[in-house]
Each structure stands twice: as C-alpha cells, then as structure tokens.
Write a protein that binds this ligand. Structure first.
Ligand SMILES: NC(=O)c1ccc[n+]([C@@H]2O[C@H](COP(=O)([O-])OP(=O)(O)OC[C@H]3O[C@@H](n4cnc5c(N)ncnc54)[C@H](O)[C@@H]3O)[C@@H](O)[C@H]2O)c1
Ligand SMILES: [Zn+2]
Ligand SMILES: [Zn+2]
Length: 356
C-alpha cells in the first residue's frame, strides 16, 4: 500500500509499505480521508517528541471496512466507518466509568513517543480495534468525518463545563478548536445572543462571525478584559472556553469570568503558565481541564448531520496523499488562512486498490 512515512524529522515520503492484516477484534480500514492535525505538524519537526520517526502519522480519519478480524460482529466489509483517535483498553478503572480519554493504557493512533508506536491513517490502509470504531451516517462525507475528532474535542470541552442553559460565554482563540467550541456551545444550550469570541487574527474572527459568534473581539490582555466587562455590565461571563493556552490568554480568561464562574482549559500550547492564584481563590473560580473526548463521537455525528455544527467552512483543501509533503511544509511555515487539510489516499491509486 501507499503510505506517507515520516522517515526523519521534516522529511515525509510517499512509500510502499506492507498492507497490515487485522488481528483479533480489529478492522482493516481503507482510508478515504485523514485530516492533518496541529499535533501532526508539531510532531513533524520533532518539537513534541511524539512522532519519533519512522512513523506513519494521522489520527483524524474515516473510510470503509476492507476486512474484519476474528471475533468482530458489529462491522462488515464495505461499511463506512470512522474511529476514535484514542485507543483505550476498555477494561481499566477509567474506561469502566466511561472516562476513556483517561485510560491507563491510552494510545493515540499515528503516534510514536518512546512508550509505544501506532501506525496512523496517512496511508491507504490501517488496522484499528473495532471497539473504537463507529458507523458513519450517510449524511456525512468522508472529508467531513475527518473533522469528527476535533468536533468531539469541542463537545467534550463544553460537556465538562456543565452548562445548565443560557450561559454567557467567551471563547478565547478562534482556531480550529475555538471555532468548534463556539458551535458546540451553541448546540449545547448557551445563550444564543451571548457567545463572544476573541483572537488576534482578524481572518479567524471573520469565520467566527460566519459560524455564529454574537460579537468578536480583535483583542487580548487588558483590552479584551475591559471589552468583556463592558459587555456584561462589569460582571464577567459565566464561562470562558480557553483554546490557546498561553500565559496571557489564561490570565485574561480568569479576568473575564464572573465570580464563581468556570474557565475551561482546552488550549495547551505552552506546558506551563503563571497562575493568578488569589484571583482564582477569592473569586472562587473553577478551573476545569479538558482532554480529548470521552464518547462524544455519536453526539458529534448527530450535530454535524443535522447542521448544528458546520465544518465545511473549516476545510481548506482535500488533496491526494502525494500532496501531503507539500501541505505539511506549508502548514509548518504557518502560511496564513489555512485551516483543515484533508488527505484522501484513494485519489490517484484507485487501480491499485482494486487489485488488492
Ligand atoms: N485539550 C485537548 O484535547 C486539545 C485537543 C486539540 C487541540 N488542543 C489545543 O487547543 C489549542 C488550539 O488548537 P487549534 O487547533 O485551534 O490551533 P490553531 O493554531 O488553529 O488556533 C490557535 C488560535 O489562537 C490564536 N491566538 C494566538 N495567540 C492568541 C492570543 N494571545 N489571544 C487570542 N488568540 C490567540 C491564533 O490566532 C489562532 O487563531 C492548542 O493549544 C492545541 O494544542 C487541545
Ligand atoms: Zn487531532
Ligand atoms: Zn482503559
């Protein structure tokens, strides 16, 4: 099969690799779409240490079942499927209580980090355990399905924030995750007139407006805080969904939330920040971390299928696998206005697939 191999840092090559065979409880999936995630771009240059070469990356994928391993009953050859980016064990304390994102044996597809290596979906085929796979509804295209992981991350961020309905919300950062948090907040009962979004990039804010932001702020730090306080009569918002993860944005998030409110931390671009401890304690603010997703895929599919969450505007291009190296280079160079790039390994190799 053709696969995009990270043979060394900053060097992606289209290679012929052996097609894997599904083991017991596994599916062989013919990949039809795989999104390039920010974490793949950070792994590509070695900065995170989580894509140690050689590795086939890619964990935001969908396709059709090409073969099933022994013991698989819920899936058949030809089924359209997607799968969780996390392989969880299904048996540990956390899995048993539904917190599969906190699994003691958690592995991420398309990651090699020293402890494990799992080949990913920038390839014509990959194998995954059937327990992490989902049937894909007809209404969703494969390219849209490649955004399910990010939509699930956003829905999880909103779920752990425990909305009771009608909340005033600020989303800090209008990147892929922020724009999905905005839509997830709307889909989960936030006050439809009061979901604000901030960023320092005006093109991102234009998208935020198109996707339903009540008001956007091209501001950060103290300027953003004063805007938010003005909008809320000095009270602050009920919830801040933080989707950047820098010192300044987290400290501003804490300034923008009302007393007793919640700041949900999704962004984590920096490993460490300074905490304004006394503000958090004396204003009794809840800081809530949010990691990946824990079973939000079906909900994500429902919201996407009924139009409550629109990902079409977030897809910049769908390209063949052979264009992968140049798209990675462009994303790595931080070319402006690029959102999700989806690679389709079927493009250009239809004949070879037919032979397999
Ligand atoms: N917790 C999780 O499970 C999870 C999952 C995926 C991504 N993430 C994290 O979420 C964050 C966002 O990911 P993304 O894919 O949306 O990234 P992205 O690069 O698409 O978006 C980041 C956005 O932040 C904006 N930004 C930068 N500095 C800012 C500032 N000072 N004030 C306001 N906005 C600012 C940028 O202009 C950009 O629009 C990253 O830290 C990523 O690691 C977390
Ligand atoms: Zn991802
Ligand atoms: Zn587990």
């Amino acid at each position: 099969m053709k696969a995009l191999l990270l043979s060394e840092y900053l060097n992606l090559q289209l290679r012929n690799l052996p097609t894997p065979a599904p083991g017991r409880g596994e599916l062989l999936i013919e990949v039809a779409a795989c999104g390039i995630c920010g974490s793949d771009v950070h792994g590509y240059d070695g900065s995170t240490g989580r894509r140690i070469p050689p590795i086939v990356m890619g964990h935001e994928a969908a396709g059709t079942v090409a073969a099933v391993g022994a013991g698989v009953t819920d899936f058949s050859v030809g089924d359209r499927v997607t799968f969780d980016s996390t392989v969880y064990c299904g048996a540990c304390e956390f899995c048993r209580s539904g917190d599969v994102n906190l699994c003691n044996d958690r592995q991420v597809i398309g990651v090699s980090c020293g402890e494990y290596r799992r080949e990913g979906a920038f390839a014509q085929f990959l194998t995954v355990p059937a327990r992490i796979a989902y049937h894909l509804p007809e209404e969703l295209s494969f390219a849209e399905a490649a955004l399910l992981e990010a939509v699930s991350v956003a829905l999880h961020g909103v779920a752990v924030s425990h909305l009771s309905g009608g909340e005033t919300i600020l989303v800090v950062g209008a990147g892929m995750i922020g724009l999905l948090l905005l839509q997830a907040a709307h889909a989960s009962g936030a006050n439809p007139e009061r979901v604000f979004v901030s960023d320092i990039d005006s093109t991102r804010l234009k998208l935020a407006t198109e996707l339903g932001a009540s008001e956007t702020f091209l501001a950060s730090g103290a300027a953003l805080t004063s805007e938010i306080l003005r909008q809320t009569n000095g009270r602050g918002v009920d919830l801040v969904l933080e989707a950047v993860g820098r010192d300044e944005t987290i400290s501003t998030a804490i300034d923008c939330v009302r007393k007793g409110g919640t700041v949900t931390l999704v962004g984590n671009i920096t490993p460490q920040v300074t905490l304004p401890l006394q503000k958090v304690v004396s204003r009794q603010i809840r800081l809530q971390g949010s990691c990946a997703s824990a079973g939000e895929y079906p909900e994500a599919m429902r919201h996407m299928a009924n139009g409550a969450i629109d990902v079409a505007k977030l897809i910049t291009a769908v390209a063949p696998l052979s264009d992968g190296p140049s798209w990675f280079a462009r994303l790595h160079a931080r070319e402006p206005n690029l959102m999700k790039i989806v690679l389709d390994p079927r493009q250009g190799y239809q004949d070879e697939v037919a032979v397999l």
